[in-house]
Design a protein around this ligand. Structure first.
Ligand SMILES: Nc1ncnc2c1ncn2[C@@H]1O[C@H](COP(=O)(O)OP(=O)(O)OP(=O)(O)O)[C@@H](O)[C@H]1O
Ligand SMILES: [Mg+2]
Length: 203
């Protein structure tokens, strides 16, 4: 049976690290796994990602580009994969738009909700891991790792708003989410991810 799982949280929370771990675990168990990311996941959406991460633009333009990329990603990759029974693991999805463009940049949440309905209809992830941790901890993890993009270069106050934006999405649809204490060490975070999947009978 297909599963659509998204990984969310501020920059440096540990999403990609734990996606890598879960992807190999599921492949070893013989599952058909589609690993993808947002913005991106198709050639067109990856081009839009480059623009969103590196070009200056207003928040509506940014939101339209992110949802345009999402539409292409859903049509080309996610829906076909779910239709054939695959597990789709996405590094970010729509909660990130509400958290970054909505809470982080202060863009109108009702416009985002309208775009969400246009682009996705009823489609939502079956499960969303929210990797939650203080922005200072995440920033310390990233500081050595790489050059910041437009979002990573934002200050702590921005990431506090993004974190709160994610928490608001969780409160609005709590049964879709598994809240992960991402400030813990990697082994403990992996244990929390496993526990969430086991509690749903998925592992
Ligand atoms: N639980 C953890 N404890 C300490 N360090 C961690 C933990 N999880 C991940 N890291 C390290 O923190 C850094 C950021 O992790 P990762 O790239 O997985 O985060 P991310 O959520 O994908 O970030 P981004 O949103 O910027 O892509 C990496 O160097 C990773 O090795
Ligand atoms: Mg990442």
């Amino acid at each position: 049976m297909s599963r659509f799982i998204s990984f969310e949280g501020i920059d440096g929370a540990g999403k990609t690290s734990h996606l890598d771990a879960l992807e190999s675990q599921l492949r070893q168990a013989g599952h058909d796994v589609v690993r993808t990311r947002e913005p991106g996941g198709t050639p067109l959406a990856e081009k839009l990602r480059e623009s969103v991460l590196h070009d200056a633009m207003d928040a509506l333009t940014e939101s339209l580009l992110v949802f345009a990329a999402r539409r292409d990603h859903l049509v080309q990759v996610i829906e076909p994969a779910l239709a054939r029974g695959a597990w789709v693991l996405s590094d970010r999805f729509t909660d990130a738009t509400f958290a970054y463009q909505g809470a982080g940049r202060g863009f109108d949440l009702s416009v985002l909700s309208t775009l969400e309905k246009w682009v996705q209809g009823q489609r939502q992830p079956d499960l969303t891991f929210l990797f939650d941790l203080p922005p200072e901890v995440a920033a310390a993890r990233l500081s050595a790792a790489r050059q910041p993009d437009r979002f990573e270069a934002q200050d702590t106050a921005f990431f506090e708003r993004v974190r709160a934006g994610y928490q608001a999405r969780l409160r609005a649809d709590a049964q879709r989410f598994a809240l992960i204490d991402a400030s813990a060490n990697q082994a403990e975070v992996a244990r929390q991810v496993d526990a969430a999947l086991q509690s749903r009978g998925w592992l």
